[in-house]
Design a protein around this ligand. Structure first.
Ligand SMILES: Nc1ncnc2c1ncn2[C@@H]1O[C@H](COP(=O)(O)OP(=O)(O)OP(=O)(O)O)[C@@H](O)[C@H]1O
Ligand SMILES: [Mg+2]
Length: 137
């Protein structure tokens, strides 16, 4: 599996929308790169986002069940993580999303969406939250 792109929104200290394109020549032309920044800057959160999109869990928080969400940036009403991955020259989008009622910071948490689809056709391969993680694995 190759990681092609990562998008995330409102995870921990990474408030707002973030995008990393691993197909950028800056990544492709170098064999290795470092994630750097101050304590609490959000380095590990980048790895959390990849885990969320693929498995609906993070090493730090375990499974995000829907009734609690400690990773959504405080004061925001929605969060998401999305990766584009490539396996055998085929690309897939893995998408994880949770929001609060009316996308308000004080709204009740609403059910998590977790799905995988084919990039080329947009066809959804699995969208049942309890099955998507196993499907992706
Ligand atoms: N729900 C939340 N809303 C806003 N900020 C949060 C939330 N949960 C955690 N944080 C903050 O997000 C940051 C965590 O970021 P992260 O662990 O990714 O940092 P890091 O760059 O890996 O730091 P370190 O160098 O310590 O490993 C901390 O500053 C933490 O206080
Ligand atoms: Mg860290």
């Amino acid at each position: 599996m190759r990681l092609i792109e990562l998008r995330l929104k409102n995870l921990n200290s990474l408030k707002g929308e973030w995008h990393i394109d691993f197909s950028d020549p800056a990544f492709l032309n170098e064999g290795i790169f470092a994630i750097t920044g101050q304590t609490g800057a959000g380095k590990t959160t980048i790895l959390d986002a990849i885990c969320l999109a693929l498995y609906s869990q993070t090493p730090r928080l375990g499974d995000i069940t829907g009734s609690t969400n400690e990773i959504m940036t405080q004061g925001t009403g929605e969060c998401s993580a999305e990766v584009i991955i490539e396996i055998d020259a085929k690309r897939y989008q893995c998408y994880w999303y949770q929001h609060r009622a009316h996308k308000k910071a004080k709204g009740n948490l609403l059910p998590i969406r977790h799905e995988i689809s084919e990039v080329k056709t947009g066809k959804i391969l699995e969208e049942k939250k309890s099955k998507t993680s196993a499907y992706i694995q």
